[in-house]
Design a protein around this ligand. Sequence first.
Ligand code: DP6
Length: 321
Amino acid sequence: METKAWAIAHPSLALIKYWGKQDTQLNLPATTSLAVSLNELSSKVEVCLSDRDRVILDGKEQAPERYSLFLDNIRSVLKTDHHYDIMALNDFPGSAGLASSSSGFAALTAACAALSGQEVLPPDLSSMARLGSASAARSIFGGFTLLPAGSSAARPLYDHHYWPELRVLICLVDEGPKMLSSRSAMERSRNTSPYYDAWIKDAQTVSDEAVRALEQKDLERLGSLMRLSYQRMFATMFSADPPIIYWKPGSLALIHLAQELRTQGIGIWETMDAGPQVKYFCLDQDTKRIKALIEARFPEMKVLVSRPGPGVSYGTGKLSL
Ligand code: DP6
């Protein structure tokens, strides 16, 4: 029997956001999300059989409560009573609003499945990963994925070769850990924002239209829907009690920069998640120019450039971490 397995997954960046839960126990999303996997960012996980569960993430031992429900479900689906020693590494800042839980839980799910020696189909991996983080259900698949509201698993829409010209520029406004987890922030929005119901009511129309815009590779239409989605998601945070404000001055400056460049005819559309970082979507032909403009305006800012990436890869044995 194998005693070690590994997996690599890429973070799933939402163009259209999941924000709020239909069922907190089952971790079912209340809104449909549409996302792309980021090729240039990855989470690596190595799992060994052990007599107790232990998770070391980027060199730090993690609180077991965050993993216990997820690992218990893995054991129940895989019909095993194994415990796991887990070593996980991100090659990008974790807990900073860069979707590290999507790639981390997707990789962990796949590594545990590999270790079991059973063939687990991708929709089942996606459903298992969802219990760790709903966005992880999307990271199992590469390219463009949809996680419909209330669904237990994500659906692959197009693979990572679908739109080869698309680029995502990740502007690192602040690499420090976020002040509140996305899980707590979305619960606070749901429980206290008077705008939460309106967010849910409107979200499906936005995601349906975004799927059509993606089908036509219409960046302008898709970009304007992305903007509606993240701005309305943040409206539920700004209006929560107490309010949640992930934005930093640099975030706002980058939103304004995108607006300014659009008036000059450049196709650039921003989005943000539970953190201060701003992610720009644009086409390969404009990437150099946009990157140079960001560097000129914000000389200190680190910018990562990514293409759409593949789904999770995994196997047995050792991975050189
Ligand atoms: C803003 O998937 O991290 O990135 O399911 O509670 O673990 P949990 O939340 P998580 O939330 C992601 C929120 C988001 C939007 C998105 O990725 O769709």
